[in-house]
Design a protein around this ligand. Structure first.
Ligand SMILES: NC(=O)c1ccc[n+]([C@@H]2O[C@H](COP(=O)([O-])OP(=O)(O)OC[C@H]3O[C@@H](n4cnc5c(N)ncnc54)[C@H](O)[C@@H]3O)[C@@H](O)[C@H]2O)c1
Length: 168
């Protein structure tokens, strides 16, 4: 497969790039390096099946046909998403939308890296798939929690309305 990994220079995304390459797939890593590091992918610089595109996915982008889009781009730690609050909301809305449209354009499968923070301050433990959460929409963490909840809603809408092959 030719795959595209957004947030591919981050902690999880860079390991995903490694794993996909090890399985024989090619990887287009897309990252604006807001919280990621080029050093996470430096060892892949001479890998012919790997390419890196420095790009903010909140802006439209196109790096050609792919079979699978893995959407990992987002500040993830509380320190990072508090510092980059607006950019976190942008990547969870515009960014996820652009990544979904990209998958739709090329009839690719789509995977959304969400988070347990979608449950907010949960009132049941452990959380089940039936539990919808307890998020404060105006609290300081809402920049991350609501961005991810919107990403989940958008992913499900692309699945229901466009029949995109999505995974959360
Ligand atoms: N690490 C965890 O424990 C954990 C838990 C739950 C969910 N997640 C999710 O997994 C994903 C990766 O998390 P991580 O821990 O590797 O974080 P990370 O900060 O190391 O990686 C995120 C990457 O996304 C990139 N990025 C952010 N905004 C971008 C944008 N607009 N355009 C392009 N690239 C952008 C960053 O530069 C970074 O390289 C995130 O979406 C996060 O919400 C992580």
């Amino acid at each position: 497969m030719r795959t595209l990994v957004t947030g591919g220079a981050g902690f999880l995304g860079s390991h995903l790039c490694d794993a996909l390459l090890a399985e024989g797939h090619s990887v287009v890593c897309v990252d604006n390096l807001v919280t990621g590091r080029e050093s996470n992918i430096a060892h892949l610089a001479n890998e012919p099946q790997f390419s890196f595109e420095r790009q903010d996915i909140s802006q439209p982008f196109d790096f050609g046909a792919v079979d699978y889009v893995f959407n990992f781009a987002s500040p993830a730690s509380p320190v990072d998403y508090m510092e980059h609050g607006i950019a976190t909301l942008q990547v969870g809305s515009f960014g996820t939308y652009n990544a979904l449209e990209y998958a739709r354009k090329y009839d690719a499968k789509f995977f959304m890296a969400s988070t347990s923070e979608c449950y907010g301050d949960p009132s049941i433990h452990p959380q089940t798939e039936e539990y919808w959460g307890n998020v404060n929409p105006v609290g300081p963490r809402s920049v991350y929690d609501e961005a991810k909840r919107f990403s989940e809603a958008l992913t499900m809408a692309f699945r229901r309305y466009y029949r995109l092959d999505t995974h959360l």
